[in-house]
Write a protein that binds this ligand. Sequence first.
Ligand code: GLA
Length: 395
Amino acid sequence: MSGGVIRTPDPVDFDALVARFRSLYDAEPDGVWAAPGRVNIIGEHTDYNGGFVLPIALAQHTVAAVRRRDDNVVRVASTSIDDGAVVTLDLTGVREDGDYDWAAYVVGVGWAAAQRDLPVTGLDIALDSNVPVGAGLSSSAALSCVTARAWSDLLDWQLDDETVADLGRDAENKIAGAPTGLMDQLASVCGQESHAMQIDTRAVTITQLPFDLPAAGLSLLVIDSHTEHSHADGEYAERRHSSQEAALRLGVHELRDVPLESLATTLDKLPALLRRRARHVVTDSARVERTAELLLAGDDLRRIGPLLNDSHASMRDDYEITVPSVDTLQEAAVAAGAHGARMTGGGFGGCVIALVDQQDAAAVADACVAAAADGGFPTPSVFEAVASGGAARIE
Ligand code: GLA
């Protein structure tokens, strides 16, 4: 859906990408692969606590034209980064304390494959993407997962989807130095059209649940605040540390192991800050389970709205990962008629999602733009999320 302030990101031009590959490398690509970004519907910062998450894969992708090489060299260029300059790296020199900038998400996959004793050769890669960057929509997972899918297909590694996602996660955690959980990569690899994925991050199992918003007369708006906290990485690591500290003090392996039923008495054992952090993790994971029950039962999807609002309040008051611009957009969306809204992703900026009746989409989007202007925040951009398929070869 486009019109008014709702504007779908322009699609990637596959022909132009292949032409670019030819001009960069003076050869034909062996194929073209695509991997999507994601929005998480509910369950934030639960994935590194062994809890539940419920993301969808987006219709916005990172696309890679790729050719296998016979040596250990990776050459990679992206239309949208550094004016398309080619980065050249030797895989044999890649190490955990290296600094590879954005190319870490590419060479890190080769490093991770080599750690698993998979046969690895170099690649020539030309990239393009319409996943918004720095918005909490997992553009980095789209990049690592398109690389993992292409490498695996070209070298016939015969990996299951979870392992493809895990290669992407290793690249992010170990070579790019971002201490993420596995949600984003699993969503990018395993997405299915018109479905949301309930992921048990401890068991690493995925239940595909029906999530056909258009059939229910609904839209999921993604409202990008265009604000990013400059210390987001440090704050993420700090939340991860707090979660581990809370689990340690409670004598459990992970916060996943704290039962919801006895939450209040359990939390009494913690100092105030850790109590709030643990309460968010345990209640948000429970909200995923409740949301999944509604989806599985084929219930009216509008009923997940209050859970989205509760999740936002929990991220704002207990986990303290929202920022004023994002809170403003969430409140404006709900005041303008959204059934529910919440920040999605790691936090400290990024996007709000809002579940709206289709006929209210434009009014909710307009209200968000107006509220941002009133608050002196950047003008948000808005598009409609469509639950789409995961990483795949497309040519
Ligand atoms: C980022 C991380 C994920 C997850 C979310 C918060 O997107 O990459 O692993 O922790 O934040 O839910």
